[in-house]
Design a binder for this molecule. Structure first.
Ligand code: M6R
Length: 605
């Protein structure tokens, strides 16, 4: 996720763009830039936060139109060169873009005579437009022709030197236009310009928008349409959260989009492979005898989930260690050990310390992170990005889902390279990953049911989460989420372990949240559910939708379902536990986005 702002009007554009970028910084903050439009384009770009860009901007300029961007890197590290806007060879076309151009490699190959100056996927867009202009197209037609070539997701705005119009379009990435008294604004969300106007038009996928001194014109399938203008009632703070009460709820709801971005361009279903740009050499991958995953907190549970997939796909022993407990010992051969550090922030001190231990021992290290340019990226041999977009809420939600999805793709990549994962199994797993966004959406659509259960049991003495196989890390993660934001006692157990001790804690005042999806040994867990029901505990269960859901014959107090998508069903079920935790905490009026005693990034050991 990145932030976009654009302006055309009577006022000086630079302060509007600069303030808009500062307002959008919650969407991404590793580099920023603006392009001011006149007979030539004037461009300022800088890595770092928006304040670093503001430090190099002039006091004022005469320009009354321009575009700006604050970036959360997906392709290429956060450098000045990779900051948006991106330009063509001549510097007369500039583009800001959110999303991922999946076929950028193929487009680059089509443009051998063009000079590219960044590592980004975005840069192909101005070069495509340049080619059309060179072929004699008018600017508007050149932009439209270039758009025809793009595959992937995008919200983008284009400016061309000497041209009064800004051009914009979107696909799976929002863009909204603001209608002011003295100009027209465009942003990736309304926070970009909310202090100037509350009258907005939301663009739809594949709309082609033209903004000039006369305002906004929208074309749909080539025909001009009269777009609806809506008056916003909410304040800037709510707008940053897209109208949600908390970032956590917003980020839970963002998961389908985050997952689409995570997997975009990385699945080759026909070939039975995943393409995630890991540079580990094939002879090395063929020689490994062990994979060690190191991580903390939610990332640790993502690692535990993924280890179950990795071990069978890659066919080597896979261990998962809490990073603060990690030592490179036990007679391991560093040359045959791959250490995978899973960390959303890339700055967690315990995880970095584990990476340093592995590096000192001579093992190869791989980071799986959400943050390009973070310390873990610099200190490991290679990195894979989960592309979930910035996560503001302290409770990790969308990054957990994107971590597991990325690690599942890594499993396929390594498994296929080593020849340990048969084609059919790879296709099954890839199919499961591909279905994740829609499956998660179906859970979000059923929020009312899990909310009702959360409100019914909010005052309980304690909460126990149980699951087997891939359901077990989800039980642990569900309990962590609930305890960190509600401050209630919650624990996750391997379902079979209940009867070996924890069952003594179970009463009618301790709801048990059970994961019974297919593949997570649901029949055995059902026995454990009966044990807790015999002690009066209410049971909230997630099962795989077998078509009977809602028949009114459930054996549970609340039965929630996930679609049948195979190995990743527990990951989808986890979204219910996120919503359960959220609604319990919200009912109690907790500080959900900033729970007491916790920090988003824990930079001390
Ligand atoms: O940034 P990291 O993924 O390395 O953070 C690790 C943990 O601190 C983190 O996952 C923490 O447990 C979550 N914020 C809890 O929701």
């Amino acid at each position: 996720m990145c932030g976009i702002i654009g302006y055309v009007g009577e006022r000086a554009a630079l302060p509007i763009l600069s303030t808009g970028l500062a307002n959008l910084e919650y969407r991404g903050y590793d580099s920023a830039g603006v392009a001011l439009t006149g007979d030539e384009l004037t461009i300022y770009k800088k890595s770092g936060e928006v304040s670093a860009l503001q430090g190099i901007l002039p006091e004022s300029t005469e320009h009354t139109r321009g575009i700006g961007h604050t970036r959360w890197s997906t392709h290429g590290p956060p450098t000045d060169e990779n900051a948006h806007p991106h330009t063509d060879c001549t510097g007369r076309v500039a583009v800001v873009h959110n999303g991922i151009i999946e076929n950028y490699d193929a487009i680059r190959a089509e443009l051998p005579e063009h000079t590219f100056t960044s590592d980004t996927d975005t840069e192909v867009i101005p070069h495509l437009i340049e080619r059309e202009l060179d072929d004699g197209a008018e600017p508007r037609a050149a932009v439209e022709a270039a758009l025809e070539r793009l595959e992937g997701t995008y919200g983008l705005v284009v400016t061309v030197a000497g041209v009064d119009e800004l051009y914009a379009t979107r696909r799976d990435s929002p863009l909204v236009v603001g209608h002011g008294d003295d100009g027209t604004f465009i942003g990736s969300d309304v926070t970009a310009f909310l202090e100037h106007t509350r009258d907005v038009t939301y663009l739809e996928d594949d709309d082609f928008a033209v903004i000039d001194d006369d305002g906004l014109a929208v074309y749909r399938d080539g025909e001009a349409v009269d777009p609806a203008v809506k008056r916003l009632e909410y304040e800037a703070d709510a707008a940053e959260k897209s109208g949600y009460d908390h970032y956590m709820l917003k980020e839970i709801n963002e998961q389908p989009r985050a997952l689409r971005q995570t997997i975009s361009g990385r699945i080759d279903l026909e070939g039975g492979t995943a393409e995630i740009d890991v540079d580990l050499p094939t002879p090395y991958l063929e020689s490994i005898e062990e994979i060690q995953v190191v991580a903390c907190g939610t990332s640790y549970y993502a690692g535990r989930y993924a280890a179950g997939i990795l071990e069978s796909a890659v066919d080597v022993r896979t261990t998962v260690e809490v990073a603060s407990e990690y030592e490179f010992d036990g007679g391991r051969d560093p040359w045959r050990t791959l250490v995978v550090a899973v960390t959303q922030s890339g700055e967690t001190a315990d995880t970095l310390s584990a990476v340093r231990r592995a590096n000192r021992a001579g093992a190869r290290t791989l980071a799986v992170t959400n943050t390009l340019g973070s310390t873990v990226v610099r200190e490991t041999d290679d990195s894979v990005f989960i592309r979930a977009g910035p996560e503001i809420g302290v409770a990790a939600t969308k990054t957990f889902a994107s971590q597991v999805a990325t690690l599942a793709l890594l499993s396929v990549d390594i498994g296929r390279t080593r020849g340990s994962l048969p084609y059919d199994e790879a296709v099954d797993l890839l199919g499961s990953v591909r279905q994740l966004p829609n499956a998660v959406q179906s859970v979000l659509d059923a929020e009312d049911r899990v909310k009702a259960a959360a409100l019914e049991y909010a005052d309980s003495d304690a909460f126990f989460f149980i699951g087997r196989r891939l359901g077990r890390p989800v039980a642990l993660e569900g309990a962590l989420k609930l305890k960190e934001i509600s401050y209630d006692h919650a624990e996750g157990f391997a379902a079979g372990e209940l009867k070996h001790g924890p069952l003594a804690l179970v009463t009618e005042r301790t709801p048990v949240l059970a994961l019974l999806t297919d593949g997570a040994r649901p029949d055995e867990t059902r026995n454990n559910v009966k044990e807790v029901q015999a002690r009066g505990a209410p049971v909230v269960a997630v099962t795989t939708d077998d078509g009977d859901a809602g028949s009114g014959t459930s054996e549970f107090d609340t039965e929630l379902t996930v679609p049948p998508i195979g190995a990743l069903e527990p990951l989808v079920a986890n979204v219910y536990w996120q919503l359960f935790a959220y609604h319990v905490a919200n009912e109690k009026g907790r500080s959900i986005d900033r729970p007491r005693n916790l920090a988003k990034s824990v930079t001390v050991e």
